[in-house]
Design a protein around this ligand. Sequence first.
Ligand code: FAD
Length: 693
Amino acid sequence: AQLDTLDIVVLVVLLIGTVAYFTKGTYWAVQQDPYSSSLAHANGAKAGKSRNILEKMEETGKNAVVFYGSQTGTAEDYASRLAKEGQSRFGLKTMVADLEDYEYENLDEFPDDKVAFFVLATYGEGEPTDNAVEFYEFIHGDDVSFSSGKAADEKPLSTMKFVAFGLGNNTYEHYNSMVRNVTASLEKLGALKIGDAGEGDDGAGTMEEDFLAWKEPMWTALSEAMGLEEREAVYEPVFEITEEEDMSAQSDEVFLGEPNKNHLEGASKGPYNAHNPFIAPIAESKEIFHVKDRNCLHMEIDISGSNLSYTTGDHIAVWPTNPGKEVDRFLRVTGIDSKRDKVIAVKGLDPTAKVPFPSPTTYEAVVRYHMEICAPVSRQFIATLAPFSPNDSIKEEMTKMGSDKDYFQQKVSNLSVNISQLLEILSNGEAWSKIPFSLFIEGLHKIQPRYYSISSSSMVQKDKISITAVVESVEKPGAPHIVKGVTTNYLLALKQKQHGDPEPDPYGMNYALNGPRNKYDGVHVPVHVRHSNFKLPSDPSKPVIMVGPGTGVAPFRGFIQERAAQAKAGQDVGKTILFFGCRKKAEDFIYEQEWEQYKQDLGDKFEMHVAFSRDGPQKVYVQHKLKESAAEIDKLLQQKAYFYVCGDAANMAREVNTLLAQVIAEQRGVPESKGEEIVKSMRASNQYQEDVW
Ligand code: FAD
């Protein structure tokens, strides 16, 4: 029977609906891809994105996939490095895969002549990174089920070989729990682990060295398991860079730093998220330290009309721009200064290679807006750059730095230099013009938004987000440059601009404050909001105890602002205790007057304990103040008070945890181990919450 037109229309509509349902919107999402660009679409690089990893590997001729679960980009970077090394040293056909981009129900059909790598960061309290949540729930869940229907106890993954590396921080209780749990789950399901699962420790500052030390024995084990042979590593670029002679930087289709197509094509549109920032006006900005050589910024970011929303305790992400001074240095030392405005099209030479920024663009835009050029230098990157040195003696020096850990420490890490500062020193200013630009895209991180704990209450000011940020500036004796934090100095420059400062750029940093094509003109900054679990109790009559020295007080300003407003509105607000610490009352006691106001609003419900570490003969910290209030703290905890810690993860947060266990033990007359157990169970039930960095 013939189908008439109506039938066809109905069938097509049904088909579209079905495809949309089964692909969970994947094909649709391509439209919103942050890096989607006219060229990428034209050459088909983004077309037909499949969520079937086995199919993808088959189609592209891969025998190794490196999955990553990454929050800040480090795990993603390690994944790329492993993929590249596997290919260049061992001839593996590798691809990198974002865990979020694939489904896992068919991993039980993973061929036994292939291998899967998992590079997994642990986030916060032993949690998966945002992009790994689904995978983690699938593989670590109780009722894992594969499309073939094989049950967990039938060892459905018995044909799968895997390699694993975790990125964690030993100052957290659930150190590297992602890689540990995923490894255990994969093995339980029958997968064969190759080599040891590596663990990198950010807490000890040894992440990079842990990674380098882990990967050599891993490669040996993998070579044996797969019969690979090591060959002389030859550099193969991942990206093809084409200089577009007939396009100019003024052409409408050229990205000059716009984060995506939406921003390029005019007024940006929501929804605003981690792939699409809102260019927000800074409504207000001020300095809140009273001291010459250190800065702390308070800013009010206006999100009205953006459809962005936040709740008290969330984080705001600020998208930074590199300082002009370092952009210029980079372009100069790499020998591309004279063509900084040249239009380039960047394309992955392999269909699985993702270009980490939109194209066509210019060299300058890539360096200013997309690459983390100011960060510490990695030893492996130095080894990769060595063959492209300007002359043999520099090459020798680079090779030594790349292979000798201690020498690298002495010659590079101790100087706290970034990549172009280092290259400049090594070559005495001579340009390193042999380095392929692709190598920088591969070897340097994609610039990352920085998070700030929102320091306002969404109940009090739903359209204005407050930020409290200390400006990073580290002067190391013997180091050739002062290390200036990228984002905080960018914010400082914006503040100076807003105040019409006669000297808007005190360090000659020269940020491009107006943004690409003057789109950030006025005083604007690109942002998005990240929701967090750091929350006040829904019942305001519950007591809260907050520990937040330095900028750790940021979210608590929001908490207290909220409770003061509730009290003023006649609500029953419970005891609200804040432990704050800083160096000197006259210098960095931030929001001093505001706390007085909250005391008036909250009356005896608000209590503040302040520790000044440099005001008296003895150094006093929040920990001391907590001890002094032991009896009251324990009494409130027995009344189910919520306990919050915010700020320094490395020392303070850990010490407060230990101290609280001691306080509980002493006050209740139980052994310290019991005190620790109580704190643990408080954490499990969200009665103890941390927002630390
Ligand atoms: P970066 O450029 O990222 O540099 C950071 C540090 O790295 C520098 O201080 C320096 O010591 C070191 N460094 C940089 N380059 C080099 C080099 N070449 N060699 C050696 N060392 C180097 N901060 C706040 O002030 N307030 C908050 O409320 C706040 N909340 C946060 C909440 C969360 C969830 C997280 C994760 C972080 C939070 N932070 C907060 C920290 C904030 O995100 C930034 O990390 C901080 O502001 C520094 O950013 P930056 O871009 O200025 O510095």
